[in-house]
Design a protein around this ligand. Sequence first.
Ligand SMILES: Nc1ncnc2c1ncn2[C@@H]1O[C@H](COP(=O)(O)OP(=O)(O)OP(=O)(O)O)[C@@H](O)[C@H]1O
Ligand SMILES: O=c1ccn([C@@H]2O[C@H](COP(=O)(O)O)[C@@H](O)[C@H]2O)c(=O)[nH]1
Length: 240
Amino acid sequence: MHNEKPAYKRILLKLSGEALMGDDQFGINRDTIVRMVDEIAEVTRLGVEVAVVIGGGNIFRGVAGGSVGMDRATADYMGMLATVMNALALGDTMNKAGLTARVMSAIGIEQVVEPYVRPKALQYLEEGKVVIFAAGTGNPFFTTDTAAALRGAEIGAEIVLKATKVDGVYSADPKKDPSATRYSKITFDAAMNQNLGIMDAAAFALCRDQKLPIKVFSIFKHGALKRVVMGEDEGTLVHV
Ligand SMILES: Nc1ncnc2c1ncn2[C@@H]1O[C@H](COP(=O)(O)OP(=O)(O)OP(=O)(O)O)[C@@H](O)[C@H]1O
Ligand SMILES: O=c1ccn([C@@H]2O[C@H](COP(=O)(O)O)[C@@H](O)[C@H]2O)c(=O)[nH]1
């Protein structure tokens, strides 16, 4: 038994694919993925039901393929397959850490991972398993942020937690503009009107319409995920 009471019963955690590289130039850094899994394990021990959407930016982005002359939809399918690789690595790391993880894919590759079936995902969550949603939405021209909004709404998550490389939403991209300032909270409409590039408009719009708040915080800050789950002041809240 623990005395700490989390602020949420069920969360959708969007993990940055790019952050999986750690200090490497490409791919999955072992220490980084193990550390991420440790932080996830900590919140599952609080009794929180955790579903994860993982990005693919450490391996492939469709927009990059499109920019060098590939057919954009084909490049996007490659990007979705990249997220499947990340999801398999994440699930494997979770299982080795003593969690029970289930990977579900939005595109059919049954020999590798089971397909996404909503009632099955809900059942796994109720059983205390961590569900990892792979292959984004299954559709080209979208992103895993949109997948996080979509799956978050479908499973009745109380919040989407975007664990990324920056510690919140800024007035401009902090990697390009050092004078940018961080918001502690911001409405969906303000974020969309200002074209803040932290998430794509489709993800913001879906969460806004479903009244599903988003918390943006740094994946590199030790203990930040737990603080967010405990309802403490961390990162930026995007709300209706
Ligand atoms: N207004 C803003 N506030 C904060 N970050 C911003 C803003 N505009 C752009 N960014 C950029 O958005 C990035 C995070 O979003 P992005 O979708 O690129 O990464 P991710 O979701 O963490 O990775 P992946 O797509 O690999 O899963 C940050 O690293 C930051 O540089
Ligand atoms: O629903 C989706 C989700 C993703 N993609 C493609 O995958 C890559 C990687 O995802 P990130 O969100 O950028 O990490 C993305 O660039 C798309 O090419 C997709 O097509 N549909």
